[in-house]
Design a protein around this ligand. Structure first.
Ligand code: ACO
Length: 384
């Protein structure tokens, strides 16, 4: 039997149910998102990132003491092998942080004696290391490239606080730490998005979790997925203080270009994460800059809805929130990864717990069967 399929290919696998999951649900018609059955509107501003990680992994919210112990376990793992830190000092400064991140995550396997152990217990221990070490890797890339030191994590705080502390080199204000925590809560899982699907495909071959997460990071980087938040900030900078937002958007649409941070494969109404991020962006925006980027973002939202009928996705206001937190634009997508490792790891564990190789089919549209011509008889310029 060939791949000359009997069925029509579904471009981009749109609407295809590729597996079952209990981790998260995206209700694109009603604009709702659920983590393990809990609606994001209830979780946002009420739970910490560590609670979300626990929830996605264990299908229940942790009790108070359990959460503290879990957070402690994570924060104690926020250290890096010294060899990896040395490597950050030597990598070319113009390499995109996402490229360095995916290589560094792959490298973590070299230092983990359990790397190839796919048992549930070992995979969970590796997931803890990944959630803990990804923020440190990102902070390490940023600091060490500039010849700066990498502060040690504060064991009395959580991932969001420690990420900002290590990345920026000083302790964030409680409000900034809370804002970063909200960003992490909102990005943690999103059904079978492209990067999660990559992770599951890789895990389904029984490759280890480091390999699966490396695939996921590579997939997240693209501008149609997590890379959009960086493009949003580049667009806002390009429009500039004095630019006319409406003209700029009209110009993009007239050229048939996409407005970054807008549209979604699943949501046909407002993305609930964007609603939470818009609210926070308005609260944290930089008053020394007259909240310019936030105001421009609101105008872009109005204009795009009016012209194209499409809404902002999670990446749109994430850009202005990250700007307010002092994150350089090249690192925006890495912040997405600090959070999404929660979902990726949960999905890898779910896949391994009841594995079946993910191997779809393609509809072959080439010529077949073709008559073979030996090399010596082939015309110059190739056969037609
Ligand atoms: N700007 C302008 N038009 C858009 C946009 C956009 N951002 N998104 C979709 N459209 C239009 C398309 O031109 C198309 O219009 P048409 O029917 O008149 O030709 C229609 O909406 C449907 O678009 P598709 O490309 O078929 O939608 P698809 O589901 O394949 O794309 C995607 C989803 C890739 C997210 C798209 O909306 C996009 O490119 N957005 C910009 C990049 C972005 O923000 N990505 C982040 C997504 S969220 C995340 O991954 C975390």
């Amino acid at each position: 039997m060939t791949d000359k399929g009997e069925k029509t290919a579904v471009r981009g696998l749109e609407g295809v149910i590729a597996s079952e999951t209990r981790i998260g649900m995206v209700d694109g018609v009603n604009g709702k998102l659920y983590y393990a059955g809990y609606e994001i509107d209830e979780l946002a501003e009420q739970v910490s990132f560590e609670e979300v990680v626990f929830l996605l992994w264990h299908d229940r919210l942790p009790a108070e003491k359990e959460l503290l112990a879990f957070r402690d376990q994570l924060v104690r793992e926020m250290t890096l092998p010294p060899a990896l830190q040395d490597w950050f000092r030597r990598i070319p400064a113009d390499l995109h942080p996402m490229v360095v991140l995916r290589s560094a995550v792959s490298d973590l396997a070299l230092f983990d004696p359990e790397a190839a152990d796919n048992s549930a217990a070992a995979t969970q221990r590796k997931a803890i290391r990944l959630v803990a070490k990804i923020p440190t890797i990102i902070a390490g890339i940023h600091r060490m490239r500039q010849g700066l030191d990498l502060p040690a994590p504060d064991l009395s705080q959580g991932i969001a606080f420690n990420f900002l502390r290590m990345f920026l080199g000083s302790d964030p204000s409680p409000y900034d730490a809370e804002t970063m925590d909200l960003v992490l809560v909102l990005h943690a899982d999103h059904g079978f998005n492209a990067s999660t699907f990559s992770a599951r495909v890789t895990a389904s071959t029984l490759a280890d979790i480091y390999g699966a997460v490396t695939s996921a990071i590579a997939t997240l980087q693209g501008p149609l997925h997590g890379g959009a938040n960086q493009r949003v900030m580049e667009m806002l900078t390009e429009i500039g203080d004095s630019g006319d937002v409406a003209d700029y958007i009209d110009g993009l649409l007239a050229q048939g270009k996409r407005i970054m941070g807008f549209g979604h494969r699943v949501y046909k109404v407002q993305d609930p994460r964007a609603r939470h991020l818009r609210k926070r962006a308005g609260q944290v925006c930089r008053e020394d800059e007259g909240c310019t980027y936030f105001k421009m973002s609101e105008t872009i939202e109005e204009k795009t809805l009016q012209e194209k009928g499409i809404y902002p996705n999670v990446d749109f206001y994430s850009a202005t929130v990250q700007h307010a937190l002092g994150i350089p634009v090249a690192y925006y997508t890495t912040v997405f990864a600090v959070s999404r490792i929660a979902g990726w790891s949960a999905h890898v564990m779910e896949q391994l717990a009841d594995n079946r190789l993910i191997r779809p089919r393609a509809q072959f549209t080439g010529k077949y069967p073709r008559k073979f011509t030996p090399r010596s008889q082939r015309p110059e310029g190739g056969e037609k």
